[in-house]
Design a protein around this ligand. Structure first.
Ligand SMILES: Nc1ncnc2c1ncn2[C@@H]1O[C@H](COP(=O)(O)OP(=O)(O)O)[C@@H](O)[C@H]1O
Ligand SMILES: [Mg+2]
Length: 410
């Protein structure tokens, strides 16, 4: 099958060259028995790749099994994967075949492979190297012929560094790497995906499809989409249900796009230390502190200007700093969490969605503020990034990232 045929067959939307390339690699290696490792952020669309590989291989009449390694408790994962003998542990009343045995001559998809405990990683390495495994509680060496496709959204080299993932297993799994780009790296696909999700939802529910004004579509294209395609799909469906007006404006859209400060503050590289030894988290607090002062001043000015006008007309009247602070802190915790906890539920934006336009406005101004600070620092140091980074108290790497992110062109 060629790339276009695969897209049609598997319902993959998008024309991004990187995505096409990923599909092309999958098609090309399908016929071999090589191990494939699919990497990409959560929600980028990894799940369809092992299916493409299986369906385009000589194993397509064999079994296809998908195992979410992060969803199986550590105590039972070896038994699930490799089976167990009768009496192997309390409760093992009979023998049981594992997925490696059942999927013999087929394909096994090991999703969230980065979540495997180290002891299981050792067993997995062995079976990958010579097709041999031993059931839990058994002694007989068994043989299997399984093609492995693995996927992960964690940074495995980092996990190796932290002693959480075996390096030898990584190289063995990574024979053929396929990387799925984040949605923010293929902005051109956003309108296509939106239209498809809006149309599908409308058809299923017998309602007219929503459309975006050109400005709202621009906003969609510039949003970060930390939950990638999954998040885009969920938000499109939420708006489709909630809004009676079928043409969506930026104001309406803003109510649904969760405010993620991750993108706007130099905080989420916790391992990165700045030259003067401050952690990025410390820097965040410094930035927030400065901003708090600015907002207080702004508020005072607005209050003066609006003396006598009713309070509700005034965005800055809500307590933005606490709000921003809470959001940031929550986000930091969550992102630490994501590294250890698998995400196997569909993206649930409810808790992270801030429906007040006040919060959105504040965060936009937060980003604006940061952008301004960076531009000023660059101008003051005649475009020398090293010096500008130092003045801002952030690392050069962070500055570089932010220049790209904000499209600063000096
Ligand atoms: N290119 C795409 N075209 C259509 N739907 C997509 C595309 N990419 C992802 N999806 C949909 O987005 C959701 C998340 O994809 P999934 O493969 O589960 O992500 P991942 O496994 O990378 O976390 C699924 O509902 C999937 O069908
Ligand atoms: Mg997945």
């Amino acid at each position: 099958m060629d790339v276009q045929a695969i897209k049609r067959t598997f319902g993959i939307i998008g024309t991004d060259p990187e995505l096409d390339r990923a599909i092309g690699i999958a098609a090309q290696v399908a016929a071999t028995d090589l191990t494939v490792l699919i990497t990409g952020e959560s929600g980028t669309g990894k799940d369809v790749f092992p299916k493409i590989i299986h369906q385009n291989s000589a194993r397509k009449h064999g079994q296809y099994f998908a195992v979410n390694c992060g969803a199986i408790p550590e105590g039972t994962i070896d038994s699930e994967l490799f089976g167990h003998e009768k009496g192997a542990f309390t409760g093992a009343v009979g023998e049981r075949k594992g997925y490696f045995e059942i999927a013999d001559k087929g394909t096994l998809f090991l999703d969230e492979v980065g979540e495997l405990p180290l002891s299981t990683q050792a067993r997995l390495l062995r079976v990958l190297e010579n097709g041999e495994f031993i059931r839990v509680g058994g002694s007989k060496v068994m043989k299997t012929d399984v093609r492995i496709v693995a996927a992960t959204n964690v940074d495995l080299p980092l996990a190796i560094e932290r002693g959480r993932f075996r390096e030898d297993l990584y190289y063995r799994l990574n024979t053929i790497p396929i990387h799925i780009p984040a949605l923010r790296e293929r902005k051109g696909d956003i309108p296509l995906l939106f239209r498809k999700f809006a149309a599908d939802f409308a058809e299923r529910n017998h309602i007219p499809a929503i459309t975006m004004t050109p400005e709202a579509m621009k906003m969609m294209e510039n949003y970060r989409w930390d939950g990638n395609v999954r998040q885009l799909k969920n938000i499109t469906e939420q708006i489709s249900i909630m809004e009676t007006e079928r043409t969506i404006t930026p104001e309406t859209l803003a109510k649904y796009l969760p405010v993620k400060t991750q993108s706007s503050l130099p905080v989420l590289l916790p391992r990165e230390e700045t030259p003067d030894g401050m952690s990025e988290r410390d820097l965040l607090y410094r930035v927030l502190f400065d901003m708090k002062k600015d907002i207080a001043e702004l508020r005072a000015q607005v209050n003066n200007m609006n003396a006598g006008r009713p309070v509700e007309q005034n965005y800055v009247q809500s307590s933005p700093v606490t709000q921003i602070g809470d959001t940031v802190v929550t986000r930091v915790n969550q992102s630490e969490h994501e590294e250890t906890e698998p995400e196997f539920a569909e993206f649930v934006p409810a808790e992270e969605t801030h429906y007040t336009s006040g919060t959105t406005t504040e965060t936009l101004s937060l980003e604006h503020h940061e952008r301004e600070m960076i531009i000023k620092a660059l101008e003051a140091h005649r475009g020398k990034r090293k010096d500008a980074a130092k003045a801002l108290g952030i690392s050069e790497r962070t500055l570089y990232r932010k220049i790209n992110e904000y499209g600063i062109d000096l």
